[in-house]
Design a protein around this ligand. Structure first.
Ligand code: XMP
Length: 520
C-alpha cells in the first residue's frame, strides 16, 4: 500500500446499496476515505491502512445468522472513532457484548422520527434543534440490548436504540442511514464525526490529481497504455490525466461502434487530435458491433456483447501501438458499485456496466482506471482542475454502450438512424431554451413499438419514442425534469415533423429509483 499523504478514513462495506453515499458525504467534507469490502479487511490490512476513523456500513445480512459478515475485532482496538450504521450498528453491538434480535415485528423501512434522550454528545451537535429529526430506516433485525459502556442518545417509536454511543471509546452507532437524502440532517452527523476524529479536510481535487498522477506513473512504469476514448466527460478526463502523467506513452483509441450520436465521431476526433495533440486511433468498427448485435434483444446480452467487443477491439489496437500492456478506462465509482460492491464486495447486480461486467476474465491487459473512486461531479471538478474546456466538462453523460441501451428490443440500423435524428432535435430544443445545463442527462429512447397516426390525409404506422430528461447529483438517484407543457408540445411537433419514422412522442416521468436513467 502506498504512503498516505493525507488522513484516511476507512469504510468497511457489508454490502449496502448506499455505502457509496457515505463516501460521497465524506468527500464533500474534504475527507479522504476508501471503501473496502469486509472480506478484505484483515488485521494486517488495518495496520497498513492506519485509518484515523472507521465506519461500518449497512448491509443485507443478519448478524445472528451463522457466518454473518464481521469486521476483525482489531477495529475496536485501534483507539480511533468508530461509527456503525444499520447493519454496522448491529454488528458492533453484537461483537461488543450487546444483543440483536430478528423475527416478527423487528423490521422497519422508510421514514421515521428520532427524538433525543437526556444525554448530549459531540456527534449530535446541530441535531434536534427542532425537537426531532427525520431519518431513513431500512433494517430487518434490531438491537434489543446495547453493549456495556454504551448509552442511548436518541430513540424512535420502533427503535429504542436509534442512536447510541460509548463516549469514552468514541464508538457511535445509529440504526438509520444518515447518508441518504431522506435523512435531511444526516450530513451534520458525518461532519461531527470527522471533526471529533480530528480530520482537517485536507483532501481536495488538487491533492487527488497529484496522487492520481503519482499512482499512474507507479503502476505503468515505462510501459505503453491505450485509453478508450468515448468523448464523454469521464474518458476525456481520464485521458487528459493519464497524458499529464505519462505523455506519449499513451495512445487513445476511439471506437465508433455505430451506436454514437449525430456528428459525435467527427467532434471527438477533431477535439483530441487538434486540440490536445494526443496520438489517437479512430477505429471504425460499426459493422462488427452492429453485426454481432443483430437479432439480440435482451439488455444484459447486448451489454455483454458490447463489452466483449470493446475489449477485442482494444486488444487489436494495442498490438498496433507496439504491445501496450495497459488499458485505461474512465470507469466511475457508480459504475463499479452497482455491478458488484466496491472491489468485489457483496451487493446485488442492477446492470452490468460495460466497463466492469463485460470484461472477460482472461483479458490480456491490465486496467488503469484513475477515476474509479470518483463520483461524476468530482470528475467534472477534476476536469476543471486539469483545465479542460467547459464545453467538455458540461456535457451530459453518455454511456459506453451508447444508443444500444436507448433502443430497447432489437437494434437495427433503421432504428438507430431515426433515434439519432430525434435525439439531435431534442437536444437542440433543450439548448435553444437554455435548459441544457440545468439537466443532468437528456436523450431520446426509441421504443420497440409502432403506432398508428395520421399526417396530412394519410395513415402512418411508425415508431413511438420517449424523451428522457433527469436532474441528478451523481447519477445514483434522479428525478425527471419538469419541462413546461409548451416545451414538450413544441418538441413533439418538431420531432414528428422533422424525423421521418416517428409518429408519437411520450415523456418519461419516472424517477430513479424505482426506474433507472437509461432504459436498459
Ligand atoms: P442508470 O441507467 O444505471 O445510469 O440509472 C446511471 C448513469 O450511468 C450511465 N450508464 C453507463 N455509463 N457504461 C457507462 O459508461 C454503461 O454501461 C452505462 N450504463 C449506464 C447512464 O447514462 C447514467 O448517466
Amino acid at each position: 500500500m502506498s504512503t498516505p499523504i493525507h488522513d484516511r478514513l476507512l469504510i468497511i462495506d457489508f454490502g449496502s446499496q448506499v455505502t457509496q453515499l457515505i463516501a460521497r458525504r465524506l468527500r464533500e467534507l474534504n475527507v479522504y476515505c476508501e471503501i473496502h469490502p469486509y472480506q478484505n479487511v484483515t488485521s494486517g490490512f488495518l495496520a497498513d491502512f492506519a485509518p484515523k476513523a472507521v465506519i461500518l456500513s449497512g448491509g443485507p445480512a443478519s448478524v445472528i445468522a451463522d457466518d454473518s459478515p464481521r469486521p476483525p475485532m482489531d477495529v475496536f482496538d485501534l483507539g480511533v472513532p468508530v461509527l456503525g450504521i444499520c447493519y454496522g450498528q448491529q454488528v458492533m453491538m453484537h461483537m461488543l457484548g450487546g444483543r440483536v434480535e430478528s423475527g416478527h415485528g423487528t423490521a422497519e423501512f422508510g421514514r421515521a422520527y428520532v427524538t433525543p434522550s437526556d444525554s448530549s454528545s459531540d456527534l449530535l451537535s446541530g441535531w434536534f434543534e427542532g425537537g426531532r429529526e427525520q431519518v431513513w430506516m431500512s433494517h430487518g433485525d434490531h438491537v434489543s440490548a446495547i453493549a456495556p459502556g454504551f448509552e442511548v442518545y436518541g430513540t424512535s417509536p420502533n427503535a429504542p436504540f436509534a442512536i447510541t454511543a460509548d463516549i469514552s471509546r468514541r464508538f457511535f452507532a445509529v440504526q438509520f442511514h444518515p447518508e441518504v437524502h431522506h435523512t435531511p440532517n444526516g450530513g451534520r452527523l458525518y461532519e461531527n464525526f470527522v471533526k471529533l476524529a480530528g480530520f482537517t479536510g485536507d483532501w481536495t481535487m488538487g491533492a487527488y490529481r497529484e496522487e492520481a498522477i503519482r499512482k499512474i506513473r507507479e503502476q505503468v512504469g515505462e510501459e505503453k497504455v491505450i485509453c478508450g476514448l468515448s468523448g464523454g466527460v469521464d474518458s476525456s478526463v481520464a485521458a487528459v490525466l493519464i497524458h499529464e502523467a505519462i505523455g506519449d506513452q499513451l495512445t487513445c483509441v476511439f471506437v465508433d461502434h455505430g451506436l454514437l450520436r449525430q456528428g459525435e465521431a467527427e467532434e471527438v476526433v477533431t477535439m483530441f487530435r487538434d486540440h490536445y495533440n494526443m496520438p489517437l486511433i479512430h477505429a471504425d468498427e460499426r459493422e462488427l458491433f452492429l453485426g454481432e448485435l443483430d437479432g439480440q434483444s435482451d439488455p444484459e446480452t447486448k451489454r455483454k456483447i458490447i463489452g466483449r467487443l470493446f475489449i477485442d477491439v482494444f486488444q487489436k489496437h494495442a498490438a498496433e501501438v507496439g504491445g501496450a500492456k495497459f488499458l485505461a478506462q474512465g470507469t466511475l465509482y457508480p459504475d463499479v458499485i452497482e455491478s458488484v460492491s466496491f472491489s468485489g464486495g457483496p451487493s446485488v447486480t442492477i446492470k452490468s456496466h460495460h466497463n466492469v461486467g463485460g470484461l472477460p476474465e482472461k483479458m490480456g491487459m491490465k486496467l488503469v482506471e484513475p477515476l474509479r473512486e470518483l463520483f461524476k461531479d468530482e470528475v467534472r471538478a477534476l476536469g476543471r482542475e486539469l483545465g479542460l474546456p467547459d464545453s467538455f466538462i458540461g456535457r451530459h453523460p453518455f454511456p459506453g454502450p451508447g444508443l444500444a441501451i436507448r433502443c430497447p428490443g432489437e437494434i437495427t440500423r433503421e432504428k438507430l438512424d431515426i433515434l439519432r435524428k430525434a435525439d439531435a432535435v431534442y437536444i437542440d430544443q433543450i439548448r435553444k431554451h437554455g435548459l441544457y445545463d440545468e439537466i443532468w442527462q437528456a436523450f431520446v429512447a426509441i421504443l420497440p413499438v409502432r403506432t398508428v397516426g395520421v399526417m396530412g390525409d394519410g395513415r402512418t404506422y411508425d415508431f413511438a419514442c420517449a424523451l428522457r430528461a433527469v436532474t441528478s447529483v451523481d447519477g445514483m438517484t434522479a428525478d425527471y425534469y419538469p419541462f413546461s407543457h409548451e416545451f414538450l408540445g413544441e418538441t413533439a411537433t418538431r420531432i414528428i415533423n422533422e424525423v421521418q419514422g416517428i409518429n408519437r412522442v411520450t415523456y418519461d416521468i419516472t424517477s430513479k429509483p424505482p426506474g433507472t436513467i437509461e432504459w436498459e
